[in-house]
Every structure is written in C-alpha cells, then in structure tokens.
Design a protein around this ligand. Structure first.
Ligand code: KIV
Ligand code: NA
Length: 264
C-alpha cells in the first residue's frame, strides 16, 4: 500500500476529488479508519476531552499526546498521520514550535503537524516548513482560543469574512500544505477554497471544502449528549458498548457466563 502524502491531497484538489480526515488516538480506531480508506488521521488535541477526560482541549500536554501519536503512526499503514500541537507548545516563538514539532516527528513518527492561528502564526509556519516539517493550519473557530473568541461561535460572518480569507492566504504563503476551517460560513469557506491552491478541510464549514474532518467519537456516537450542528451521526457506538456491557454484567450475575464452552 502506498502512503498518502501531502502532494496527493493537493493532486486530489486539482482533480476535484474530496478526501476524508478523522481523529484517531489509538490502535484499533487507527487501523479501522485506515482500512476504510480515510486519507488523513489527526491525533487531535481533542484527545484532551475525548481521551483524558478534560472539559476543553486546553489542558492536554505534549507528553500526553506523544504516546497517542506513536500508537496511531504504528497502526496506520496508508493514512497520512497529523499530530496536533497542543495549547502553549508553539505560540511563544518559532523556536518553541520547532522543538515541539521535532518531538512529534522523532519520538512518534508523525508525518505532519497542525497548529491553530492565522496571520500571527506565519513565523511558526515558515520555520517549520523550512525545516522540512509539513504544517496543516487551522483557522476560523480555534478551540485553543475559546476564551478569547467567547465560546463556540461561527467565525467570519459579515465584515470578518475578509479576516478569514487573509488568514488563509497568509498560511498558504507561509508554506502550509492544507488548511482546516472550523465553523466558518459555507460561502466564505467556498471562496477560500476557490482562491487557495492548497486543499481546505472543513469542520462546520459547508460542502465546498476539498476535504472534511470530524471527531470520531462525535460522528460515530461514542460520545453522547449535545452535538454541534455540523456533526452527522453515522453510528451509535455508545449504544453498542452499553448493551454489550449490560448483557455481560447480567450473564456474570446470573451465572450464565462462563458456560461449558468457555471452560477448560
Ligand atoms: O483536535 C481536533 O480534533 C481538531 C479537529 C476537529 C480539526 O483540531
Ligand atoms: Na485540535
């Protein structure tokens, strides 16, 4: 099997073909999504709230994410594996971004890194790309800036649309190979996608992006509760696990498991 490379995503954009990205944080999810043909796996800092039990993405650390990235790169035979740089690990300077990205590349075999921010992140993106580290940018609603942005809100409505376009162009010019746009109006994302040569990847950014990304625990129903408008539910993994765990507990309680066929 041939590894998906950053240039393949750009070629797909040129051919008008869409690609899919999902989060993955461990072996079986990575293997399964890879087998399904998902082109890009993101070890997101969303592991903070989907693996480590935090309420937001802010607390997760590089030390916590490195082993998860290592598990995913060991498990994905074909997918491009992107490591998310967590809050506080790259904003201080291009040098800080470089040292953090190098940890993900050397200790976890990441194929690329992702960071949040637009024009203000140009020095970081230039430093990384000039050092041979592919960078995926992330603009629009950026969860690490939740407290500045005033919670989960659509970005780029009305007058602020030009700011989204400017950020997108700055990331492309700085050398990013792809651009995630989160919670951006569909018409704004469409314009950005048309004006960039690098592929765009939407999450709550409408149907005109070159690719789409979702957090798998949301899309496949491991997490329950209120979902953002942009999430489509493809499965009820929580329901499957809950039912299995309840039947197992009941079988143990009434002595019907283990049966003779499970006994040496
Ligand atoms: O951490 C994450 O899961 C992400 C995606 C939703 C883009 O950044
Ligand atoms: Na993220």
């Amino acid at each position: 099997v041939r590894r998906v490379r950053t240039h393949h995503l750009r070629e797909m954009k040129e051919r008008g073909e869409r690609f899919a990205m999902l989060t993955a944080y461990e072996m079986y999810a990575a293997q399964t999504f890879d087998e399904a043909g998902i082109q890009v796996l993101l070890v997101g800092d969303s592991a903070s709230n989907n693996v480590y039990g935090n309420e937001t993405s802010l607390p997760v650390t590089v030390d916590e994410l490195v082993p998860l990235v290592r598990a995913v790169t060991r498990s994905a035979r074909r997918a491009l594996v992107v490591a998310d740089l967590p809050f506080g690990s790259y904003q201080a300077s291009p040098e800080q971004a470089f040292h953090t990205a190098v940890r993900f590349m050397k200790e976890a075999n990441a194929h690329a890194v992702k960071l949040e921010g637009g024009t203000e992140m140009v020095p970081q993106v230039e430093k990384l790309t000039q050092s041979g580290i592919p960078v995926m940018a992330h603009i629009g609603f950026t969860p690490q800036s939740e407290h500045t942005l005033g919670g989960y809100r659509v970005q780029g409505r009305g007058d602020t649309a030009t700011r989204v376009l400017d950020s997108a162009k700055a990331m492309e010019a700085a050398g990013a190979f792809a651009l995630v746009m989160e919670m951006v109006p569909g018409d704004v994302a469409e314009k950005v996608t048309a004006e960039l040569t690098i592929p765009t990847i939407g999450i709550g950014a409408g149907p005109h992006c070159d690719g789409q990304v979702l957090v798998w625990q949301d899309a496949f129903g491991l997490r329950t509760g209120r979902m953002a408008k942009f999430v489509k539910q493809y499965a009820d993994v929580h329901g499957v696990l809950l039912d299995a765990a309840r039947r197992y507990a009941a079988d143990v309680a009434d002595g019907s498991f283990p049966g003779p066929e499970h006994t040496f």
